[in-house]
Design a binder for this molecule. Sequence first.
Ligand SMILES: Cc1cc2nc3c(=O)[nH]c(=O)nc-3n(C[C@H](O)[C@H](O)[C@H](O)COP(=O)(O)O)c2cc1C
Ligand code: SF4
Length: 428
Amino acid sequence: MPTLDDPVEVGDLALRNRLYRAPLLECAGTDADSADVLRADLEPAAAAGAGLVCQGATVVRGEGGCAAPNMTRVHDDEFVSSLAPVPEAIESHGGRAFAQLEHGGLRSMEIWHAGYRDDHPELDQLAVSEPPAALRAADRAGFLDLSPRVLSTETVYDLAADFGRAAERLADAGYHGIHVAGANMGVVQQFLSPYYNRRSDEFADGFRFLELVHDEIRARTDVPLITKVPAETDAPPWVRRRLSADDCVRLCERAADVGFDAVIPVSGSVFWDMHLVKGAYPERAWRDSHFESGYVDAFGSRWRARLVSLANRVQARFAEFEHAWNADLCRRVRERVDVPVCLEGGVRDRDRIDDLLGDACDLAGIGRPFYAEPRLPARLLGGDGAVACENCNNCVVPQVTGAPGVCRTPSVLAERGRREREGAYERD
Ligand SMILES: Cc1cc2nc3c(=O)[nH]c(=O)nc-3n(C[C@H](O)[C@H](O)[C@H](O)COP(=O)(O)O)c2cc1C
Ligand code: SF4
């Protein structure tokens, strides 16, 4: 059985080990400083030994489509070439860098972020089909502002081509691979999901969009291509049309068949909720007065922000942390595909990772704990136990205000400081 230290190949690309940093929004924006911000966030993971570093989602278009404030856009040749120092720095430490491509569709800020939609009333809201009843109800209640433009067949082709062009730019800038954001309720998931996709054209089979994105990318670059694939098993019970675990397994098979070089099966909901980041209600983040005005701007008023916080509290009860919560799903996929299967979601300690490798997965991805310990790989690859992160989610909610992704829990930061002083993050 492989261990975390063993090399692995994704497509033609050799990785020095099986540990990767999962994509996490950096909120690095699209300006002259973006490369510095991204590099500061991502380089420590490679310097500390991670085989692969996945940059957080970047948006394929110049307008609209951002799921959160301050995301990086990758529509412009000159800007994307300015990101070259990011993969270069990662490579200089022996790591490899993948960039992730995204469009938010109905999850975009022009729909949910009150301040942004006031400032940008002109933006198109791209929808796969007429939005489901629950979103229309949230619109009537004032939590969303829906005036969607359902994509015509022709504009679906345009959108897929934008993924292809963005991939080409990023590969030219030196990124070693492309990661399609196929889950987390972005537009690809909205095509795949029977909850969102009620189309009658060729994209009624939502996989056809993912396949087209694949083809558009492959027509322009031959770097390895990977994707998240959703199961909507955590959707509320009243949502009848959803992707089951069986559907996810079949979609992974199809993704491997059309040429994706690795798949990341992830369970979640049909909504953008805590099932993506199972763990505690982020009490401290909601109470932090630094973010209060940002929450009011995002949700439209103080009382709406309070209601969102209350919903978050209730919902967190149904999304309790589980170790490696996608392991069973990945194991099922691994029996059916012959490309590497990447496990992420609650992957936390070295012994259990080694037990899962070669059984449930081929690579192990870790997300939030990198906020807590940017040089985490040095400890895990050195065989040193478990992560410091406590899954409290205080790093998650402030991102709706555009705040950067960092650990915001003092006890965990103190633990990191102690380990730093002990030299736990040094690497031979
Ligand atoms: C603040 C935050 C931002 C995230 N941003 C992305 C993203 O841009 N793209 C993506 O595919 N997943 C994103 N994720 C999901 C992570 O990649 C990962 O799947 C999730 O955090 C579960 O892994 P963990 O338990 O190790 O944190 C994000 C998660 C968090 C907490
Ligand atoms: S705030 Fe820190 S401890 Fe809490 S989930 Fe985020 S990284 Fe982990």
